[in-house]
Every structure is written in C-alpha cells, then in structure tokens.
Design a protein around this ligand. Structure first.
Ligand code: DX5
Ligand code: ZN
Length: 228
C-alpha cells in the first residue's frame, strides 16, 4: 500500500521541512490539493507552491485539481514538476480530449469523482487512465470523516479495473486514518491519501507514518467494521 501525504494540513511555515520529514518517513507520493474556491468552497495554492514542493522532494508529485476549467493550467503544473494530474470528471465535459491533452504533456493521467457522482461517469474512461481516485469525503477540506459508503465504490472500481485488466492505480482520498486504512486496503486500494493522519498536532510525521504502516501490518481479518 502506497502512502500519499496531502500537504493540505501541513504547517505551511515549515513546508520544505515537512515534505522532507514525510520523505524520510518513507511515504511514496506527495499529494497536492489544488482548490479554486469555485469547484470547492476553499482556496489553497497554485503552481508556484507546487514548484517549491516538487523542488524539495524526489518523490512523485501528483496534483489533485479541484478547480473549474482545469485544462487551462495543465502546462503550469507540468512545468512546476507535477508528474501526475488528477482531474474531477465533474469539471471535464470533454473528458476524452482532456485525457489526450494530459497525455501530450506528458503527465500520468488520473480521474476522480465526488462521493455521490455515479461510477458510470468514469467507466468508459478506465482503459485510458493511469489512476482512479475515489473520494471518500466531499472535496474541499482536510480532517473530515470517512464516508462509509465509499468502501463499496472502491470495491466496485477495483472489480471494473480487474475486468479490463487495467494496471491503473486505485487511490482513495479523504478520512483515511488508523481506523479506516485497513478497510480501504481490503476494498482494493493501492494508494491512500493521508492528510490529517500524517500532518497533525498530536504526533510527529515520522510517528504518524510509522503508525499507519503498523496498522497495515495488523489489519484484522474482518476489518470491515472499522470504518467509523
Ligand atoms: C479533500 C482533499 C483531500 C484531503 C485529505 O478535498 O482532496 O486530499 O486533504 O485530508 P484527510 O486525509 O485529512 O481527509
Ligand atoms: Zn486530495
């Protein structure tokens, strides 16, 4: 299971340090939550901050674009050092061309959808992408509670990917922590975004990552009950 810390809840006064702490702790991907105050109520940061983050790590940087008209900024994120771009299907009416545009940059192509957007909206695109991100919270904020209904969606997309023999990563984003990580893994995720479970005031980044890894080692056989 790969861990992708979201820098949404990072201490921005110590951004570079916190990225390095996560890298030293053994995470796999840096997850950049881009919010425009339109598609989601919150505003976070843009390509400039992403460039600073990508400069301070050798890990893969993925940008989760929670923005309207994402295609306007693909080149900016690519130039900032982002090597995987994840778009919301709700913001891409011409999804086929959007995927082609990303391929031409090139960057790895990810698609995602809000917790109640039908999985039918991504079914035909699955053969064309490198990653599917399942939102297990309503996008816009960190530190939210995992939506238990997301578990069935993760398992359904896992089946859809297996049916077409896709090698795409299946990533889950939102409310993944010590209580939910086993359920998410058992449902078929290969990467989890972890924001407040890694960047919080209770534990160091190293301890938070170590506890997540330990949780994965000790997943109970019937871990489905742990989604609360
Ligand atoms: C929410 C973001 C998530 C969020 C994850 O819109 O896409 O990546 O920051 O934070 P946690 O893990 O705290 O839910
Ligand atoms: Zn995200």
């Amino acid at each position: 299971m790969k861990l992708a810390p979201s820098i949404y809840t990072v201490d921005f006064a110590r951004l570079g340090e916190q990225i390095k702490e996560a890298e030293r702790a053994g995470v796999d991907v840096i997850h950049l939550d881009i919010m425009d105050g339109n598609f989601v109520p919150n505003i976070t940061f843009g390509p400039m901050v992403c460039a600073a983050v990508c400069r301070s790590t050798s890990l893969l940087c993925e940008a989760h674009l929670m923005i309207e008209g994402p295609e306007r900024y693909f080149r900016d994120y690519k130039d900032a050092g982002v090597s995987r771009i994840i778009v919301h299907v709700e913001t891409c009416p011409h999804l086929y061309s959007t995927i082609q545009q990303l391929r031409q940059l090139p960057v790895e192509v990810g698609i995602t959808l809000n917790p109640l957007t039908s999985l039918d909206t991504i079914k035909e695109a699955l053969p064309l992408v490198d990653l599917v991100l399942i939102m297990s919270v309503e996008p816009g904020y960190g530190g939210q509670k995992y939506i238990p209904a997301a578990t069935r969606r993760i398992a359904a997309v896992r089946r859809m990917l297996d049916e077409i023999g896709s090698k795409a990563e299946l990533e889950v984003d939102g409310g993944v922590n010590l209580n939910t990580i086993c359920t998410v893994r058992d449902a078929g995720a290969s990467i989890v975004v972890v924001g407040s479970a890694v960047y919080n005031d209770t534990y160091s980044v190293a301890d938070s990552v170590a506890m997540l890894r330990a949780s994965l080692q000790q997943c109970p056989a019937d871990s489905d009950e742990d989604t609360e």
